[in-house]
Design a protein around this ligand. Sequence first.
Ligand code: CP
Ligand code: NVA
Length: 311
Amino acid sequence: MKPLRHFLTLADVDVDELKTILKIAETVKARFKEGNRTEDSEILKSKVLGLIFEKMSLRTRVSFEAGMTHLGGGSMLLEERHIGLGVRESIPDVSRVLSSMVDCIAFRAKRHSTVVEFAKYSSAPVINALTDEAHPCQALADMLTIKEEFGSFEDVKIAWVGDSNNVAASLVEASAMLGCKIAISSPKGYEFSQEEIDKLTAQRQPGFALAQIEDPREAVRGARVVYTDVWVSMGQEKEEQERVAAFKPYQVNAELMGLARTDAIFLHCLPARRGLEVTDEVIDSPQSRVVEEAANRMHAQKGLLIWLLGN
Ligand code: CP
Ligand code: NVA
C-alpha cells in the first residue's frame, strides 16, 4: 500500500517530489508524442478517478479523463448538483463513501476549505482541481511549459500581470520551489499580503526572487514569461464592474509584451477574456504558448497521477 498523500497545494510535496512529478510528466509526454500509447497503457490499470466539479471546466476535466484513459484507468464525473455535497449529505460522509470505491478524487471547489475538509475524511488521495485559493495542477503544467521552452528554470524571470489570484498563488509557490524569479504586478488592493507571500515561498530555493511591482511596464522588463489570467475569477462575478475598471491598465497587449525580452513567451491558464486581460494580437502571436500550456495539463497530471497511484 502506498502512503496516503493529498495534493491540495504545492506545499503538500517537497522540492524533490515536485521535480519527480515533472520528470514523470516529461517521460510520459515524450512517449505520447512518439505515438507510443502501449507502454503506459497499464500503469493505472483498473484504477478509478472520481471528479467533483462545483464550477465549470474544460481543460481540467478533459485532461484528467483523457489522462486516466491513456494510463489504463477510468474516471467518472460527479457533478456537484448530483451529489448535493453538504446539502443532501455531509462532506465527511461523501468523502468516506466515495474514497471507499475510487482510488483518487480530483475536486474543483468554490471554497478551499471544502477541499481541505473533504481530504481530512478521504481514504484516497485528493487532488485540488482549482479552488478560490490555489490551482496547483495548473502550476505543474506551467512549469513543464517553461522548462520545455528554456531548458531550465535558471535565469527565467516570470512577470505575472493582473490579479494576485489562485493561479498566481500556485505559480509563486512553484517558482519558489524551482528557483525561478517572479515579479507580480497587481493594482492596489489586489496584491498578495506579506503573510500570503511568506506562506507561498516557504520552500524557496536558490535562484528564487520575488518582487511585487505595481507598474506592469516595470514588472515585465527582463521577463522571459509574461503571464496573465482573467480579472474576474469564477465566483467573483458580482465584482465585475469594479474589477474591470481597476485592472484596465494591466492589459497584456503588444505594447506591454514589447517591453519584455525579445525571446519572451506569453502564458495564460485559459479561459481568456480576449480584449480584457489580453488582446488577440498577443494571445494569437508567435510568442503565445497558451495551447501548448493547456495541452501540458494532461501530461503534468499524468505525472501527478502516476506519482500518487502508480507502483
Ligand atoms: N485552466 C483551467 O483550469 O481551465 P478549466 O477551467 O477549463 O478547467
Ligand atoms: N482564476 C480563474 C482560473 C480559471 C482556470 C478562476 O478561478 O476562475
